[in-house]
Design a protein around this ligand. Structure first.
Ligand code: FES
Ligand SMILES: [Fe+2]
Length: 345
């Protein structure tokens, strides 16, 4: 194995990637919340001027800023009342009548890059302007119906969730109470192509039959396209026989090596003939919970990078091809970027 591929490398490299940390709608003005992104605790505050994202530690005595509040349109620390603006600049130190400029300057927060798109708040821990979010036009097309699911915490590494999302042979077992016992465990022939920013799989998807629910539109045969934008942004595009389409995305944001939060959303084409959007979302929540259960019951908690340790790439079936493609591409993605990070990062 390549020495550069150690288990610390993914988090170092992902610091430059945009990761969702909250749903835009859920963080109203003057609200503050915290999130653990790649082992780093951050605070997110919505001011009238925009979002402030920084390491969740006050520059004075390290109090968590997420227990603070918004005051005078600044994030105010709960401990001694220091105030910070959107850029993380310290604007006020109440215990000093006229805080000197130098004192304020050195009290700046460790601010992080932030943007809002697809109804989510995205954060980049290390600034890298060359990295942008994948464009999914359907998510921003007002003629489509766009729905955001509730972010779901998995007590597993983020690569377990990606493998699960790419896996088509678990339906008949892990989802027997939702997708249906008659779902075939034999996968259709997948056409997989590797692209410079990830890979894509196209396959006809067989109809699912279920003893539990009326076979609906979502169980009909369709064309399925799975597009993975490395490192962890994966869409599924379903095209049904009547031309209706659905596009889903999963982004498992790593909290720690053993935990991730799955951000996900669905867009359906105009006039989609099938379950109403709310029912589609409720059904997806149930299915995702079954996936969470399986991911949380795999050992080790994260898919090892090194296949010689077992865990992937050893006992495989044709159905594992897509997950293995991810592992292979992910390793290459890490190697291509390994020079960008030093041991001190
Ligand atoms: S720790 Fe924040 S103001 Fe003192
Ligand atoms: Fe699943």
């Amino acid at each position: 194995m390549d020495d550069r591929l150690n288990e610390d490398l993914p988090f170092k490299i992902l610091r430059r990637e945009w990761q969702p940390v909250a749903i835009s709608e859920e963080l109203k003005q003057d609200r503050v919340k915290s999130f653990v992104l790649l082992d780093t605790e951050i605070v997110i505050a919505r001011l009238s001027t925009g979002l402030l994202v920084a390491e969740n530690a006050c520059s004075h005595k390290g109090a968590r800023l997420s227990i603070g509040s918004i005051c005078e349109d600044r994030l105010q620390c709960a401990y001694h009342g220091w105030q910070f603006d959107k850029e993380g600049n310290c604007m006020n130190i109440p215990s000093l009548i006229n805080p000197p400029e130098t004192k304020l300057k050195t009290s700046r927060l460790k601010k992080k890059e932030v943007q809002e798109r697809y109804g989510m708040i995205w954060v980049q821990l290390e600034k890298d302007e060359s990295i942008t979010l994948p464009d999914i036009p359907e998510f921003e097309n007002p003629e489509w119906t766009y729905m955001i699911g509730p972010p779901t915490k998995f007590q597993s590494g983020f690569r377990r969730e990606i493998e699960n999302y790419l896996d088509m042979t678990h339906f008949a077992f892990a989802h027997s109470t939702t997708l249906g016992k008659a779902a075939s465990a034999v996968v259709p022939k997948m056409n997989i192509v590797t692209l410079k920013d990830g890979f894509q799989m196209d396959a006809p998807f067989p109809a699912l039959a279920s003893a539990h629910e009326k076979p609906g539109k979502l169980q009909e045969s369709h064309m399925r396209q799975q597009r993975c934008f490395l490192p962890n942004f994966t869409t599924i595009r379903q095209t049904f026989n009547d031309g209706d389409m659905r596009v889903l995305v999963h982004i498992p944001t790593p909290n720690t090596h053993d935990e991730c939060t799955v951000f996900w959303s669905v867009a359906i084409s105009p006039g989609f003939k099938g379950p109403v959007p709310e029912d589609q979302l409720a059904f997806a929540v149930k299915v995702l919970d079954e996936d969470r259960f399986m991911c949380e019951n795999q050992v080790p908690k994260e898919v090892p990078l090194n296949p010689s340790r077992g865990g992937w790439g050893v006992l495989v079936t044709p159905g594992d091809l897509l997950a293995n493609t991810f592992q292979k591409c992910f390793r290459q993605y890490l190697l291509d970027r390994s020079l960008m990070v030093s041991d001190n990062d």
